[in-house]
Design a protein around this ligand. Structure first.
Ligand code: ASP
Length: 603
């Protein structure tokens, strides 16, 4: 293996096989950097020592595949390459076999400037030869194995579930597979194995996991892929804490495999607190929280500034940004996405000048919250507009701890907080890795999500997680009367502001499951036509159970320090859901369609 050659091998015979990474022709001597998965070694063909080998070496071009047979020799001190592990030695060739040639390549694995991504994806097999991709794929392997080993050691069985199944609701569109033998009917590719894993609990496999592909046909963003891999698990009789412990255990194993010792257990936070403190249900704990500074203003000041006195007045503090120029302040405006009429005050100095007392109080309050000086930190306020109704009294969710009107202000501030931190990352340096896992990887459990979300468009309640999630026992009486107040036994695991996974304790009683379907506006008939098999299964002694699923791609992406999921998925799809290498999807032959009884309507 090329990368394994060391000074201690000097004098030994060796056979190396790999690609010509680079060839340097110095006339009498030809050097070849030979590359395989393990690294690069220098191979020497000396015309004086072996004219035939030297002649053959003249034919070598980039990415030819060769077998190099020779003797390992220590390099002279002045030619040692300290930058590579094999830099003290070289292989002096007795024999050279060309196993295959290569056309000139569209780009080389060793190129320092990357080809554009379209090229990389079209020639993915060449792109994967590059060191960083080899590293990422190896990392993915190590992480997956560590997770499997950990879960297996805890008594979990990995059990496969079908890819050709029927639609289960995770909130996205299904990919459909037409049935030839039952024309007009379709399988759906699973959005997740949700119902199967619950059924496995009914079947007595009380600890299940699977590293499994899931398929969701949704509009793609940078961090989404139509097919992605989940670490899916389910267990019988758990309290949420048991699920959390299990996840913490396998994440610790996965991070260890990547060289990081993380501490468990992770902190926990109520959903309502997450919204109030961070304006988001996946807080990045590395950044300062929001501070409600409404009480720093007098009633008159709020009125003068046209700030809604009944809604939160949120200060966002971004550390160490320093004084901003007018132009820089203007640049903040496009980062602000206003929800529910929220407004931004990006010029805190101006507020301070006009309302010195309020300004001083705000600085004081932020400092009190953070314990450090806020002098050179950027302070931006997000407020409700005086024109907006603060509480939509008729809104069905208006009695929640965080009302819908408040939610909009928190959400606007929460998004701006993250956007500002990203914009000024170079100045505050908070996102830079320190080498201390406790600082670099801030995990968090967010718990007690609301059970339902009100869909304004459809004017009905939707399951916030999925409809198999159990409500809190003590909120059961509000299912019909006050759905907004029902909390779910649902939880998300969050890392540095990214949701790694979500799960819940499930409903294990048929009568409750039926009530939830009803609360979601499903008629009895609809429920039984979509989930009849499952409602029946629940009636045969279903144990209490719960579980979770985490995105493997995302975990590996974070561990690899990669910018996109495509960097850690061997054969990913583009934002238009295309595989540029295979050129999929494609039209298919008329005959194939006829057999399936399918006609294509041109759009
Ligand atoms: N099936 C859920 C999902 O994919 C996770 C879970 O509840 O276990 O989001």
């Amino acid at each position: 293996m090329c990368g394994a050659l060391r000074a201690s091998d000097a004098g030994k015979k060796a056979v190396l096989m790999g690609w010509v990474n680079r060839r340097r022709d110095l006339g009498q001597i030809i050097f070849v950097d030979l590359r395989d998965r393990t690294g690069v070694a220098q191979v020497v063909c000396n015309a004086e020592l072996n004219a035939a080998v030297h002649k053959k070496a003249e034919e070598l071009r980039n990415e030819f595949v060769i077998a190099a047979i020779g003797t390992v020799k220590k390099r002279d001190a002045d030619t040692v390459n300290a930058n590579i592990p094999t830099g003290e030695v070289e292989l002096v060739l007795d024999e050279l076999r060309i196993l295959n040639v290569s056309k000139p390549l569209p780009f080389l694995p060793g190129d320092t400037v990357l080809a554009n991504e379209e090229m990389r994806l079209k020639y993915r097999y060449l792109d994967l030869r590059r060191d960083p991709m080899q590293f990422n794929i190896e990392l993915r392997h190590k992480v997956a194995i560590a997770i499997r080993d950990y879960l297996s050691s805890q008594g979990f069985f990995e059990i496969e579930t079908p890819f050709m199944t029927r639609s289960t609701p995770e909130g996205a569109r299904d990919y459909l597979v037409p049935s030839r033998v039952q024309p007009g009917t379709f399988y759906a590719l699973p959005q997740s194995p949700q119902l199967f894993k619950q059924i496995l609990m009914i079947s007595g496999f009380d600890k299940y996991f699977q590293i499994v592909r899931c398929f969701r046909d949704e509009d793609l963003r940078a961090d989404r892929q139509p097919e992605f891999t989940q670490i899916d698990l389910e267990m019988s009789y758990p309290q949420p804490e048991r699920v959390w412990e299990t996840v913490e255990g396998f994440l610790a194993a996965a991070f260890k495999a990547a060289g990081h010792d993380i501490k468990t257990s992770f902190p926990r936070m109520d959903y309502d607190d997450a919204i109030r403190r961070y304006g988001i249900d996946k807080p990045d704990l590395r950044l300062p929280a929001l501070t409600d500074v409404r009480d720093c203003f007098t009633a008159e000041e709020l009125q003068t500034l046209a700030i809604n006195k009944d809604l939160p007045v949120l200060a966002i503090r971004t550390p160490k940004v320093g004084e901003l120029s007018r132009k820089e302040r203007d640049d903040i405006k496009p980062l602000f996405v206003s929800k529910g009429g929220a407004r931004v005050f990006e010029d805190f100095k101006r507020i301070e000048n006009k309302h010195p007392e309020a300004g001083a109080k705000i600085r004081e309050k932020i400092r009190a919250n953070t314990g450090d000086a806020a002098a050179t930190d950027l302070i931006v306020l997000v407020v409700g507009s005086a024109q907006t109704a603060s509480d939509v009294a008729v809104h069905p969710a208006s009695k929640r701890k965080v009302t819908p009107a408040e939610m909009q202000i928190y959400a606007s501030a929460g998004l701006l907080r993250v956007a500002l931190a990203q914009k000024y990352a170079d100045r505050h340096g908070i996102f830079k890795k320190t080498g201390d896992p406790a600082q670099d990887y801030r995990f968090l459990w967010v718990t007690n999500f609301p059970m339902f979300e009100y869909d304004e468009g459809e004017k009905r309640w939707m399951a916030a997680h999925h409809p198999f999630t159990s409500p809190h026992e003590e909120d059961m009486d509000k299912l019909e009367s006050d759905p907004a107040m029902v909390r779910a036994l649902a939880y998300d695991v969050v890392l540095n502001g990214t949701e790694l996974g979500s799960g819940s304790i499930r409903i294990h009683r048929q009568d409750i499951q039926s009530r939830i379907f009803q609360a979601l506006g499903m008629t009895k008939e609809e429920a039984s036509s979509r989930f009849g098999f499952f409602l029946e299964a629940l009636e045969y002694g279903t144990p209490p159970h719960g579980g979770i699923a985490l995105g493997l791609d995302r975990i590996v992406m974070i561990l690899a320090g990669a910018e996109s999921l495509r960097e850690v998925i061997p054969f990913p799809k583009t934002a238009a859901a295309k595989d540029l290498m295979m050129e999929a999807p494609t039209p298919v032959a008329e005959g194939q369609l006829r057999e399936l009884g399918i006609g294509v309507v041109k759009k």
